[in-house]
Design a protein. Structure first.
Length: 214
């Protein structure tokens, strides 16, 4: 079984921070079409604070769950808007079942993501088809857990990210049922949901790190 150590999570978090810088304008542009134009700004502010924290962290004494809890709390406290608390709860809750561990197997990693997404559902109360990041996450997870996690982990994760990307495409024709873009009604049709785009791109960071290693 493929094992993931703390370095995998640290490298992924640093790459996510870099992604947030690179995609800042793109995510903000998407949000300016159907929201208030701050999605990229929110995530770049949040992940800059995360980077600061990683620099100051005593890595040796922190387990994976503790690391994620810190990241989650930072996003929750530093980011305004809906996405800060939502991504914040993702990281806060992702480590619930792996407390104390400094290394986990691939299935436990997938379950972490499931726990994190459950927290987004719990907090945001959105459903599939509401034109949110969940339109990427939920179908993606379904594909992930139908895949052969034990024997083909990287292929499984590739299928997960591909389905998330497709889920983001599927938000384009939808009317928004949650968040700021709700009041746009039919004017939201034809525009991609910004959170569904950042969501698949963040998960793609894990994929790139997996491909580097395995
Ligand atoms: P805000 O909407 O407060 O300006 P952002 O622009 O940073 O915050 O994030 C907007 C994104 O958050 C949306 O594109 C959508 O994907 C996601 N979102 C908003 N509300 C919810 C919710 N209730 N559940 C899940 N995701 C949501
Ligand atoms: Mg916004």
């Amino acid at each position: 079984m493929l094992m993931l150590d703390k370095q995998f999570f640290l490298d992924s978090l640093r790459d996510m921070a870099q992604l947030a810088e690179e995609q800042r304008n793109h995510w903000t542009k998407l949000d300016s079409e159907i929201g208030d134009g701050d999605h990229g700004i929110n995530l770049s502010i949040g992940f800059r604070a995360v980077t600061k924290q990683l620099d100051a962290l005593d890595i040796e004494s922190t387990d994976i769950a503790g690391l994620y809890k810190k990241v989650g709390m930072t996003l929750l406290s530093k980011v305004g808007g809906a996405s800060g608390p939502l991504y914040g709860s993702f990281f806060m809750k992702a480590g619930t079942n792996i407390a104390g561990l400094h290394e986990i197997n691939f299935r436990q990693f997938c379950e972490m993501i499931q726990e994190g997404v459950d927290a987004i559902v719990f907090r945001g109360k959105a459903q599939i088809g509401d034109k949110t990041m969940l339109d990427a996450f939920l179908p993606g997870l379904e594909v992930l857990f139908q895949s052969d996690l034990e024997n083909e982990p990287v292929a499984a994760f590739e299928a997960f990210v591909a389905r998330m990307k497709q889920g983001s495409d599927e938000t384009i024709p939808l009317i928004c049922k949650k968040g700021r873009a709700m009041r746009l009604g039919e004017r939201a049709i034809g525009h991609r949901d910004p959170g569904s785009e950042s969501a698949w791109m963040f998960m793609n960071v894990y994929l790139e790190q997996l491909k580097k290693r395995f």
